[in-house]
Design a protein around this ligand. Structure first.
Ligand SMILES: [Zn+2]
Length: 301
């Protein structure tokens, strides 16, 4: 099930942006699928009143092998597979905090606990879709976490500042969205994580990036340690909407309703392709969640 399209498209964008902005950045090579891991993840480390099944939906391989780049037009498919958050990589329920006091274990809990959810939105910022998603979040008074790709943040600092001004939090989604980063050197992983952090924080003009989400769940002990040591909590997910596949608004909505039992962190995308279905799904889901008695909280840090 090769889905090179979206994937490579976003990467092409990111790489191009990086090249433009930095005068040349090594192009990411996207070989292999998301490998991170699998098997039952660690016990959820943080308290949430909700019952979380040990085998979460994100515990399966992402299985989105990337292939050769294929041009894709506007509205093309997305890119971000994120099929697995690699949580099997993290061992120990409550992991030792890094030097900055940030836990290195992959986060699957909300800050507030209780009957709450965290909306997380990956692969932006997008000049087209991020504003539409921000508008929906504002309409329903929901704060979310945006996992941004460094060069895209650097290319659109005003959008990053808008996200922050609206009260949302920032998450580092690396420089080149390399889902095989877990198979590469520690130096490479460090550069992917820390260069993106700097790009996003520079664009934000003061706000800190509080989380790190490995592309496709390609977490490793090294990249989790690097992130935590620099103030960023590794951020997993429990509900994968697979909105990047553009499965239809109703399917996205139903996926969330069905998988919420897995845990509170819900994964959407604002980058990588047409996100009209994501916007429409959020318009249904945010009021539904509120009616069902959920509150909205940031992921635990
Ligand atoms: Zn992603």
């Amino acid at each position: 099930m090769a889905r090179p399209t979206a994937h490579t498209r976003r990467i092409a964008i990111a790489t191009a942006a990086a090249a433009v902005l930095t005068g040349g950045v090594a192009a990411a090579v996207f070989l292999g699928s998301d490998t991170s891991a699998d098997g039952p993840g660690p016990a959820l480390a943080h308290s949430s009143a909700k019952s979380h099944a040990p085998g979460r939906s994100d515990d399966k391989p992402g299985g989105r092998p990337s292939g050769p780049a294929r041009p894709s037009g506007p509205g093309g498919d997305d890119s971000a597979p994120d099929g697995s958050d690699g949580s099997a990589d993290a061992t120990g329920a409550a992991g030792p905090p890094g030097s900055g006091g940030i836990s290195e274990t992959i986060d699957h809990a909300t800050e507030s606990g209780g009957k709450s959810v965290s909306i997380t939105i990956d692969d932006g910022p997008s000049p087209v879709w991020t504003p539409k998603i921000l508008a929906v979040l504002k309409q329903y008074g929901v704060k979310a976490t945006f996992c941004m790709i460094g060069p895209q943040a650097k290319a659109d600092p005003a959008m990053v500042k808008k996200v922050v001004a609206d009260g949302h939090r920032l998450c580092d989604h690396t420089v080149s969205h390399d889902e095989a980063m877990n198979k590469k050197s520690v130096d490479y992983q460090s550069t992917e994580v820390l260069d993106a952090q700097k790009m996003i924080e520079d664009a934000a003009g003061g706000a800190k990036v509080q989380y790190f989400r490995a592309p496709g769940g390609a977490f490793t002990p090294d990249n989790r340690h690097i992130a935590a040591a620099h103030g960023m909590r590794p951020l997993g997910w429990n509900v994968d909407t697979k909105d990047w596949k553009q499965p239809g608004t109703a399917t996205i909505v139903n996926t969330v309703k069905r998988e919420l039992k897995n845990g509170p962190i819900v994964l959407f995308h604002d980058g990588g392709g047409s996100r009209g279905q994501t916007v429409a799904a959020l318009k249904e889901l945010l009021p539904w969640l509120a009616e069902e008695g959920y509150t909205f909280s940031f992921p635990a840090v």
